[in-house]
Design a protein around this ligand. Structure first.
Ligand code: GDP
Ligand code: MG
Length: 689
């Protein structure tokens, strides 16, 4: 909204400009007036539109032409005053004042003009007959009004119209010559209609109309008013009402009617509520709310409510209910955008169906990706979809969760994040893109159908880690690693891909690892790609396996996307697991979710066990504090030590490699030693008694 309104009164001498201003201020007709009234400011709370308003007088006797020009260019609205009983003053409106104003104002942003016929108390007839043709000739004339400073007739109305002309200008909305709304206004209202049409059936039903009324005017329409509105539309336009709801045609007609009847503030209220500024562009403050701060080491994710909203948007456009968006459906979805935000590369970034159409899962993944990589863009997009309006939130910013600082996650060995980033390194031709595409369920044959220019350096989809759905975001890093940026290096896990059939391929991975990751705590995974081909010895001092062992990495993972069906996805689950639990370096790499290990892991990670564990820790902590005081109960102390032993043995098991047979050997040996020791201690304690 504007900060203030500046109204300038011009016109021939003695038409009553100064008297009009004085009459407004003192609410009585002044017998004696100066040539020129002082500039006055009416405070916001006493003006109808709640905006501070400055009223500026002009006097030929006291002001130069330069001063007049400068006042004209400063004004937001200009009232050209004439006296209804003075023909010459009427003629001067077109012969002098309008051209003068046009000379002093920008062609593109013309100030609105109001024609004011003063001294209406002196004549019987109206000047309208003479004035109306003038109004039709000059589009900058917003309205005209006849008034009398003497009788105080229409004085406050005059200043209200002037204010309104600035705050709710007709110019951007309506073309008086063609008697219809301007294209930009039709476009904006069409977008508003589509956003408000919650079920996307092309009709605003009573529920949707009520919601619309509530969001725009803070009050639902009473049912009779609703019927009246529909009846007016029914009478005037064919197809304006359909199935007892308002069609787009009807909706646009209604707004044309508002504007034609001088009620364009109604249309402006609607436009502004949906984020439009005076030029009918979506306002920057609406699209890019400033409330969001993302500190370093934090990431941005969509919260549950935002996913629900996006889900409803998907549902409303997936007309054939095949859980995928056909090109037409996608186009329809983005119809409320000023441009198509998703190019063909998106189809190669997220999961698609057999036809190559973005699936529901893929659609949510792409939103997750945008939120993660470019949160401002995500806010902008949510703005186009009308998120804050439909979800009745203050701004789009509430859709975003800024995650906890990663350093704290690492310290606490716990994370609430749901998106993990894996940067994929490898020499050119090592199979990185294949590795990314396989995550989207595409085998080599399918990948070969994608044209080079539509390829993406990102792939995002979901993986289940111990029963929880997480997003894994793969990013293919350009192989020229002398130009690696911080974002190339910042991630949750690193993948080093080499071509197992190419002897020169591994060296690159070793080099990247040594240069960038050897001295960091970044979890790294070596991928031996193209495992369907004959494996050759790598030309490097160490074999990949030796290299991994030396640097305490998991062994190289054989991988191929040259499969008959969709490539195996286990590796991605492993990567997500490692990204989620970077501290558990030596854990078993199995994440099949079927074996005993996985079931045990699921159990251990379950909330119940975690709570019990936390409670036990607290209990132990308070007990061990007690022990620091001299205690005479050696029995309780030893039994507690036993308990501690058992407890730590138990927690150790959870981290160990349950799959290997040596582990079970160790367990049974440990259990025997534990039993023998326990029994011995028990006997010692008994003897003491
Ligand atoms: P300005 O030169 O345009 O500022 O005009 P003034 O305000 O000085 O008014 C010129 C003369 O017209 C004064 O004598 C006023 O009293 C008189 N006048 C102003 N408004 C009215 C009006 O509405 N009705 C009548 N009858 N006289 C008016
Ligand atoms: Mg004057």
């Amino acid at each position: 909204m504007r900060k203030d309104v500046r109204i300038l009164l011009v016109g021939e001498p003695k038409v009553g400009k100064t008297s009009l201003i004085m009459s407004l201020v003192s609410e009585e007709f002044p017998q004696v007036v100066p040539y020129r009234a002082e500039e006055i400011t009416i405070p916001a709370d006493v003006t109808p539109e709640r905006v501070p308003t400055h009223i500026v007088d002009y006097s030929e006797a006291e002001q130069t032409d330069e001063q007049l020009s400068s006042e004209i260019s400063k004004a937001n609205v200009i009232c050209i005053v004439y006296a209804v009983n003075n023909k010459k003053s009427i003629e001067k409106v077109t012969s002098h004042w309008i051209p003068l104003i046009n000379d002093n104002t920008d062609k593109d942003s013309r100030v609105p003009v109001i024609l004011v016929g003063n001294k209406s108390d002196l004549v019987e007839h109206s000047s309208m007959e003479t004035i109306l043709p003038v109004m039709n000739q000059y589009t900058e004339i917003e309205t005209c009004v006849e008034c009398s400073a003497k009788n105080l007739k229409n004085i406050s109305e005059l200043f209200y119209y002037a204010q309104k002309a600035v705050l709710h200008p007709t110019g951007p909305l309506y073309c008086p010559e063609e008697k219809q709304m301007k294209p930009a206004c039709i476009k904006a209202l069409t977008r508003i209609f589509k956003v408000s049409d919650l079920d996307n059936d092309g009709i605003l039903n009573d529920n949707e109309l009520n919601f619309f009324q509530r969001t725009c005017f803070n009050a639902p329409l009473v049912s009779q008013a609703l019927e009246d509105v529909k009846n007016v539309v029914r009478k005037n336009v064919i197809d304006g009402v359909c199935d007892n709801g308002l069609t787009l045609k009807g909706f646009l007609f209604l707004h044309t009617l508002f504007i034609q009847r001088g009620r364009h503030e109604t249309t402006w209220t609607v436009l502004r509520r949906f984020g439009y500024d005076d030029d009918l562009e979506l306002h920057q403050d609406y699209l890019f709310p400033l409330t969001l701060k993302v500190p370093p080491d934090c990431t941005t994710e969509l919260n549950h409510n935002a996913y629900l909203f996006l889900q409803s948007v998907f549902d409303k456009h997936d007309k054939d209910r095949d859980c995928a968006l056909s090109p037409e459906e996608l186009k329809d979805l983005f119809d409320v955008f000023p441009y198509m935000p998703w190019g063909p590369d998106v189809n190669n970034t997220v999961c698609t169906n057999d036809e190559g159409w973005i699936t529901y899962q893929g659609y949510l993944s792409q939103w997750t990706l945008t939120t993660y990589l470019d949160v401002q863009r995500c806010l902008e997009y949510l703005g186009y979809l009308g998120y804050s309006i439909i979800s009745e939130q203050e701004s789009q910013a509430v859709a975003i969760t800024v995650t906890r600082d990663k350093k704290i996650d690492l310290q606490k060995k716990q994370t609430q994040r749901s998106v993990f980033r894996c940067n994929v390194f490898g020499d050119s031709g090592s199979g990185k893109s294949g590795f990314l595409q396989a995550f989207l369920g595409r085998n080599l044959t399918r990948q070969n159908t994608v044209s080079e220019e539509h390829m993406s350096y990102y792939a995002i989809s979901t993986a289940y880690v111990y029963g929880q759905e997480k997003y894994l975001l793969l990013h293919e890093v350009f192989p020229d690693f002398d130009v690696l940026s911080d974002t190339d290096l910042a991630c949750d896990i690193v993948c080093l891909v080499y071509d197992a059939s190419n002897p020169h391929s591994f060296e690159y991975c070793a080099r990247v690892f040594k240069q960038y990751f050897m001295d960091t705590k970044m979890p790294c995974m070596m991928i031996a790609a193209k495992s369907d081909l004959q494996e050759t010895k790598q030309l490097y001092a160490l074999t990949p396996l030796e290299f991994c062992r030396k640097h305490k990495m998991p062994p190289p993972q054989a991988f191929t996307c040259n499969t008959a069906d969709a490539p195996c996805k286990d590796i991605y689950t492993k990567l997500t697991t490692m990204a989620m639990h970077p501290h558990a370096r030596l854990r078993c790499m199995c994440t099949c979710n079927r074996c005993t290990f996985c079931h045990l892991q699921n159990f251990i990670n379950s909330e119940l066990v975690q709570t019990v564990k936390a409670k036990l820790y607290t209990a132990i902590l308070s007990r061990s504090l007690l022990f620091q005081r001299p205690s005479n109960s050696s029995v309780s102390q030893s039994s507690f030590t036993l308990f501690l032993l058992f407890f730590f043995a138990f927690t150790h098991v959870t981290q160990a490699d349950l799959k290997s047979s040596t582990f079970w050997l160790r367990v049974s040996a440990g259990a025997t030693v534990f039993a023998v020791l326990g029994f011995a201690m028990y006997r010692v304690l008994l003897k003491q008694r």
